[in-house]
Design a protein around this ligand. Structure first.
Ligand SMILES: [Zn+2]
Length: 537
């Protein structure tokens, strides 16, 4: 593994046909109606791996792929994954093969990555039905190890359970105990088609939490670039896309921000080699087959371009910011993104604590960021204010960072310098700041407390969070008095009210000065007065 960000990772997956980089997209190949040849997918489009359906191959081409070998049969020398036909069961009902047959067939053709014959749960099924699919998939998964004969193939153990999260938990826990090299999350296609990305977030993270974290996770049937970044951030390493070809057949043009019908476009919002040479009108004048090929090729470029951007965002430590941009493409994605609030601890557990770049906070969704969760955990459980400090002096965040070097703070510093040194160490300076809450002066250079930018004015939900963090600090500390430099213009009255309330509860003294109400000189004089008075009591 090379780099990590959130639950995403840039990794290497070794197959017998070569090592591939993850996150990885496998274009789905259907040999009988393939709009772009497998060889071109690798040479021109750079796809290091493809996926095809072993059930369809067996049904249509019988032993030919065994005799030729799968790679030669497809004319492709990259990594080839095969699916077992389980999805066809879901769509068309029963499949007339048993597991031993389809396992032997995948070994016979020489797949690099192969899948057991699981039973997809599907979307609109009762819990009882879902439970049966989980049990049967687990039974087959255990049985599989008695059937397989080759050790050079990476085998996929699918997780089922659909939207029934307790079943997903059971399925992931039990299949994770078996020696599969890769896991997959089954049946998200229907969830995605109905735009229930919020359900998908729960499904993915439930699976992720209960599987061995180091094994790659494949998200079956997630072929639209609009949701790649969110899925990668949640720890999906592998994807397959039949959508590039299916959409092309329906004259639909994919982008990372959504889908258009070709006939709706006056301009191509894309600079891929196809789109930069054509106009939508020209393409519409071509034959139906030519249109389909054009769209399939553009759709592939749209997918690979988005994956490259996601990989770069992982490298930059900027995946959260990248996902934030993308989820604003559709309200259903934003709804899903907001679900991350419920999974903050899991994100925090796996996110690297230090990154090469600073963080950008746009709005209150950022409160679910692992960096915020991590800081809150540390300051609540491991921090106590300096020994001997009796008075908490709270100042608002400064424009420049670190806070203690900012010009706004320098003025306060002048007041502090006027105090005798015996008084000075009794005062503890903290900043209230978005989105971290309270930042003690002595910590303000610890990453990422000074390495972030936030949009102003601070949103109401973030102000509420900061106010509650200020209150928490007062409640768990033993200050004798609190003095707040109150900035009503940027922070409304919420921080002040939270301070006042906690001081009242604790029975300690609270005083505040209002910024902008008075001249700076007057404020500083009053600050000195208050501090001296509090210290003399
Ligand atoms: Zn294009």
């Amino acid at each position: 593994m090379k780099e990590k960000d959130l639950l995403a990772r840039l990794g290497k997956l070794r197959t017998k046909s070569g090592t591939v980089e993850t996150p990885l997209l496998f274009p789905v190949i259907n040999p009988s109606i393939q709009p772009v040849s497998p060889n071109r997918l690798k040479e021109e489009f750079g796809f290091e791996a493809i996926i095809t359906n072993a059930y369809i191959l067996k049904k249509r081409y019988l032993n030919q792929p065994i005799e030729m070998g799968l790679h030669k049969f497809l004319g492709y020398d990259g990594a080839v994954m095969t699916d077992s036909g389980a999805y066809q069961i879901l769509i068309y009902g029963g499949v007339e093969v048993d597991q031993a047959e389809i396992v032997n067939y995948q070994e016979g053709i020489g797949s690099d990555i192969a899948t057991i014959l699981d039973i997809p749960t599907g979307w609109k099924v009762t819990k009882n039905q879902a439970s049966l699919t989980v049990e049967e998939t687990l039974r087959r998964a255990k049985d599989f190890f008695k059937i397989k004969t080759r050790d050079d193939i990476l085998w996929v153990g699918p997780v089922q359970g659909g939207r029934h999260l307790d079943l997903v938990t059971k399925s992931a826990l039990e299949i994770g105990r078996l020696p599969f090299q890769i896991h997959a999350l089954g049946s998200p296609t229907e969830v995605m088609e109905s735009y229930r990305f919020d359900v998908l977030v729960d499904m993915i993270l439930t699976a992720k939490k209960n599987l061995p974290i180091e094994r790659p996770l494949h998200l079956f049937g997630a072929g639209h670039p609009i949701m790649f970044s969110l899925a990668v951030a949640l720890g999906c390493d592998l994807f397959d896309s039949a959508a590039y070809a299916l959409y092309a057949r329906e004259k639909r043009y994919m982008t990372e921000n959504g889908t258009w019908r070709l006939s709706e476009l006056d301009y191509f919002p894309c600079q891929c080699p196809k789109c930069s040479r054509e106009t939508p009108k020209n393409v519409l004048d071509k034959s139906a087959k030519e249109q389909e090929i054009f769209l399939a090729e553009h759709n592939l470029y749209a997918c690979s371009g988005e994956l490259r951007r996601i990989k770069q965002a992982i490298r930059d430590g900027r995946l959260w910011e990248y996902v934030e941009i993308r989820v604003h493409s559709h309200p259903a994605l934003l709804t899903a993104f907001r679900k991350l609030k419920e999974h903050k601890d899991l994100l925090e557990k796996h996110n690297p604590t230090v990154k090469s770049s600073g963080l950008f906070f746009s709005d209150s969704e950022g409160l679910s960021r692992p960096e915020v969760t991590h800081y809150r955990e540390r300051i609540t459980k491991r921090y106590s204010h300096p020994k001997g400090s009796r008075i908490l002096l709270l100042a608002p965040q400064t424009y420049n960072k670190p806070f203690h070097k900012a010009s706004e703070f320098q003025k306060i510093q002048q007041v502090l310098k006027r105090l005798e040194s015996s008084m000075l160490h009794k005062i503890h300076v903290c900043f209230y700041a978005a989105p971290f809450g309270v930042i003690p002066l002595e910590l303000d250079e610890v990453y990422p407390l000074s390495q972030h930018d936030n949009a102003t004015p601070v949103e109401d939900a973030t102000i509420r969070y900061v106010a509650s963090e200020v209150a928490n600090l007062i409640m768990r500390s033993n200050y004798e008095a609190v003095t707040l430099i109150h900035d009503p213009q940027n922070w409304s009255d919420q921080v002040k009210n939270a301070c006042k309330k906690s001081c009242l509860t604790k029975g300690i003294k609270f005083s505040h000065l209002v910024l902008k109400e008075d001249s700076t000189k007057n404020i500083l004089t009053r600050l000195e007065m208050i501090l001296r008075k509090n210290l003399s009591e």
